[in-house]
Design a protein around this ligand. Sequence first.
Ligand code: R5P
Length: 302
Amino acid sequence: MIIAGSASQNLGAKVAKLLNKKFAAIDTWKFPDGERYTRIKDSIPNEVIIIQSTNYPQDENLMELLFLISNAKDLGASKITVVNPYMGYARQEKRFKEGESISAKTIAQLIQNAGATKFITINIHEESVLDFFDIESMNLSAMEPIANYISGIIEDEPVIIAPDKGAFPFAEEIAKILDCTCTYLSKVRLAPDKVETCIVDLRCDLSKEELEKHTNIDSVKGKEAIIIDDIIATGGTIVNAIAILKEQGAKNVNVCCVHPILVKGATIRIYASGCKNIASCDTISSDTSLISVAETIANALK
Ligand code: R5P
C-alpha cells in the first residue's frame, strides 16, 4: 500500500499506479490553532510505503510525515519504507558556526524513531546526511528523467552547464546519457540570497584526459545551453549563470532542476533574465514541475 502525505499526493498516486498498488485514502488538515490532524482511512497491511516531501511548510509537512509513519506502525505495519523525495533541512548537515543545530541529523532521527525501516530520497543536497540513518537508506538520481525531458525539447546538440562545481556531477550524468558535452561555472555565496558567479577555467581542475571529455565555456557560443542544479531557491545562482552564458553567446539558455523551492519570485527573475524554459521535477509540486520522478521511485521500490 502507498500512503502519500499532502505534499506528495500527485506523485504518490502516480507511483501507486506504476506499481499497481493500493493508494490509501487519508484525511489531513490543520486545526484552528495550527496543529495538524491525519487519519489513514484504509486498513494497514504489514508493508507500507509512505511518500511525503518536506518542502515548505517544512515543519507541517514533517509533522504529517511523522504522524503517518508512527500511525502506520501502531496500526500493524512492520515494514515501513519512507520516500522523502525532497528532504527539508538537508542543507544543514554540520555545524558551520559554533552552536548551530545539525538539523539534518535531528530530522533523520525523528523519521527513524517514528518507525521507518527504510529511507529513500532523491538527489539529497548533501549525501552524508544518509549516514545519520541506522536503517537502510538510498539516494536516487533524477538525472535520467531530466535527460529524457531535455532530449524531448531540444533539437540541436545541447551543452549541459552546472552553475557551480557541486552540481557538476549532475551535468556529467546528463551529458553521458545524451552523449553531449558539459562544463561548470564557479560560484561564491556572499550571503544566503547573494551569489557571485564567474567562468571557471576547467584546466585548473581537470587532467588533460578529463578535459577532452568536456567542453570549455567558450564552446557555448551558438549552442543550446541547459543549466542543471539540484535546487533552485531564490534563483540567484541561476540568474548569474544565465548572464554569463548569454554573454558567451549561447543561442538559448534553458534551466532544469530537481527540487523547485522557488522563493522570492525566483521563477519570474529567471525568466526575466532571459531564460527560454524552466523545468523541474515533481519532488515538489510547482508550476515548473514538468518532469516526473514517479518512475525513478517506482523502479527503486520494485
Ligand atoms: C547550492 O549549492 C545548491 O546546489 C543550489 O545552487 C542553491 O541552493 C540555489 O540557491 P539559490 O537559488 O538561492 O541561488
